[in-house]
Design a protein. Sequence first.
Length: 510
Amino acid sequence: MDTPPGGTVPRSRSLWARGPAAALAGALPALAFPEPSWWWFAYVALVPWLLLVRSAATPRRAALYGWLGGAGFMLAVHHWLLPSLHVFILVLALLLGALWAPWGLLVRALLAGTPGAGRCAAALVLVPSGWLMVELVRSWQYLGGPWGLLGASQWQVPPALRLASLGGVWLLSLLIVAVNTALAELIALRTARLPAVAGLLGCALAGTAAWYGAPLPRPAGTVRIAVVQPGLGGTPTQRLARSEALTGALAGRGVRLVVWGESSLYQDPADHPVLAGHLAALARRTGADLLVNADATNADGPGIYKSAVLIGPRGPTGDRYSKMRLVPFGEYIPARSVLGWATHVGKAAATDRKRGTHQVVMPIPTAGGLRIGPLVCFETAFPDMSRHLARDGAQVLVAQSSTSTFQDSWAPAQHASLAALRAAETWRPMVHATLTGVSAVHGPRGEQIGARLGTDQSTAAVYVLPLATGTSPYTRFGDWAVYGAIAALLLFGARSAVRARVRRTARPLP
């Protein structure tokens, strides 16, 4: 407990010791993500935080430890933003960390003291459900989006990817937190041995059943797709020249689509005939359509858009997609009139980008009508966007990205890892093309295809991409894991309210 019997440790001293400990414990799960990629660590990383919260002397302390741990987690997972946002990243971490305060209350309510076997069993469902609600709320694009969802740490684990095809990244987060909760119970509670061991066995059986029993996509041939990664050096003009040279070298290699990274152009080809002519000539030389990305004004209206633009042998085909979900502070400043000062303490967006209005599926004529679903950068973190593209008929998911601002950090590898999750969830292969690395390609089961292009490479790579047919359970049924977690929490809340009312009515009158 925070204050042992007899008061030998003052409350203020306990808080000063346990507060930083909570922040450090909350930061531990960041090691499960790239670059360390200790995926196995995710299954034990929450245990110290859980033990600290359950031992809080009061509900207020439990909420505080949840808040500080959440702030530590957000800061650790987003630490690479520090050079851009400076002190503002601390403010954001504290604001978003507050989402874990109710989770801290829930953990203490279920695990404090000596709970019976029934309450311990309930905790194996409710603690993960509470965690998932935090992930769901912070996934709202205006709060920063779903970067660092706990389930995303499992991007390189085939059985976990199979589970993702059933319930998305949300199901993986539930499983991971359930394992951590069971381990915390085994360590701290003798009464929890039976439900905790049963819970661990249940998680293991779920993974095994998914591996052997989950449906699989059906192979549907292959297509040759190239990724052009010009690298970091030079001005935008020099980078464009490098991209053109790398693309021209792909002639005769049977490529049907060439993908450039985000902001590969600072002029819209539809409005600049000379540029459009150069790109059309490249398409004719390579025998492939080009998917470029223009960070410029376009016909959608005034302002700057980030748009995926398809270029064929005769120039722009008219197919384009403008980015819908923008990076807070990186591409726009929320409530700029209030928070505009962020531009003076970091590299926040000087000008707000404009949002697209709808997702687009593009047919690729040179690939026999192959239908691709483009996403731009940050949008690969949102599982609903790739799911909607798959439901709309996309056969390949294509992400155009640029993390050059964070070139020497964990960000490029973290971003590239999301392609594996989105591919496994939808049974659609995914191409993640960047300007400066890391570029990666994953097949319809989330498996890596070919070599990843690191941040030190300036090259073009050709991938033989396996196609698949069929509809994954996650694409078909959506976020059922989230709805199940909501239902469990509502039932728990209703039961707690009824029991509290019964206790009040049963209390003798004075």
